[in-house]
Design a protein. Structure first.
Length: 363
């Protein structure tokens, strides 16, 4: 938009040039306006009042949410079960219940209008690093990630240790344990119990990959011996690179940002064990994971995610047909994620690895 003072100045320059014999159209071009714009300024009061578009009345679009619909969205997001969840998790959970109130963007707009939109807090942007070797998972129990984290006690300087094994494809926590000491024997025993519980490697033809960091516990002789006995291929993060085991670290972040995680630490190892049991159950059975289209890890691990995502897609199609004026494009992508890459390299490397893995499974 051109300010009123600039309009008047340009119109004066055009009039002076035209009076001196210049063509009106050429004079308009030199000052950066068209002849039609100058005519509109003169005929519509644009040289006296300026641009009236900012103050013009804007009618409410016909497909806008009604006040009742907005109030229903606010009532839903303020329910106790949704109090700590963002719209990206609320909308899929409602879709699983056969309820569609609006898209995630609609939820965010409604929350912003009433001042309930808050930032996530201390999240930081990841640093870019040279990617290591890529591992591709196209089914459960092909690639596991494991790590150990501290669980602080109420006594300063005292900690328990949470050992955790995460399936890369489904994000399910397939194995975990809590101990008072950080010892390699605990890691080896957890690995043995987890492989027995998951039926690895008897139930699959492809060799399982276990990815971890370069910690002394996960690279101890007893652990390496257990890996060799179980026919599991070890994989390790690059030295001095903290985010090569991103999936396990993300699970730990989710755990320690849960409301149930005690800010001042655990009173005893038993309290830490009880908390870990409740967290793993919530994470596997209730947590709608953003990396797997907001289904739970247990649903994806059991192969139930395709039916759930197909039902969501059908619901979105019905909602679009009921109110086509509210949809400017295609519905949300609810197609299942077929391949999951650990520390992916270039896209063509990921695609080639996925094709090779799929071919091996059918041979």
């Amino acid at each position: 938009m051109i300010a009123l003072e600039d309009r008047q100045q340009r119109a004066q320059w055009i009039e002076e040039a035209h009076a001196a014999g210049a063509r009106l159209e050429e004079a308009c071009r030199l000052v950066g306006v068209t002849l039609r714009t100058l005519q509109r300024w003169k005929g519509g009061g644009g040289l006296e009042q300026g641009d009236q578009r900012p103050v013009a009345p804007h009618p409410t679009p016909a497909h806008a949410l009604s006040s009742e619909e907005r109030e229903r969205i606010l009532a839903v997001v303020n329910e106790p079960r949704f109090a700590e969840l963002p719209p990206t998790r609320i909308v899929p959970m409602l879709a699983d219940e056969g309820i569609y109130l609006g898209s995630e963007a609609t939820f965010y707009r409604v929350l912003r209008d009433v001042g309930q939109l808050k930032p996530r807090g201390r999240a930081k942007a990841p640093r870019s690093q040279r990617p290591p070797t890529t591992h591709i998972a196209t089914a459960p129990n092909q690639v596991w990630c494991w790590d150990i984290t501290y669980l602080p006690r109420t006594v300063k300087g005292c900690y328990d240790f949470l050992y955790l094994i995460l399936d890369l494809y489904s994000r399910k926590i397939v194995g975990w344990s809590v101990h008072e000491e950080d010892q390699a024997d605990h890691a080896a025993e957890l690995l043995r119990r987890t492989t027995l519980a998951e039926g690895v490697p008897e139930r699959q033809q492809r060799r399982l990959v276990l990815h971890g960091d370069n910690g002394a516990t996960l690279k101890a002789t007893s652990v390496l011996a257990m890996l060799q006995w179980l026919q599991i291929e070890p994989s390790y993060s690059r030295p001095r690179v903290s985010d090569d085991n991103a999936y396990a670290e993300a699970a730990f972040r989710t755990a320690k940002y849960r409301p149930e995680f005690p800010a001042r630490g655990f009173d005893s190892p038993e309290a830490a064990l009880q908390w870990a049991y409740a967290f793993v159950r919530w994470y596997n059975e209730e947590h709608r994971h953003s990396g797997i289209r907001y289904v739970t890890p247990s649903q994806r691990h059991a192969g139930e995610d395709e039916a759930i995502l197909a039902a969501r897609h059908a619901l979105y199609q019905q909602s679009r047909e009921a109110h086509p004026q509210r949809w400017s494009g295609e519905t949300r992508n609810w197609s299942p994620i077929r391949e999951v890459a650990l520390n992916p390299e270039r896209e063509n490397v990921v695609q080639e690895s996925a094709e090779i893995n799929n071919k091996e499974e059918f041979e």
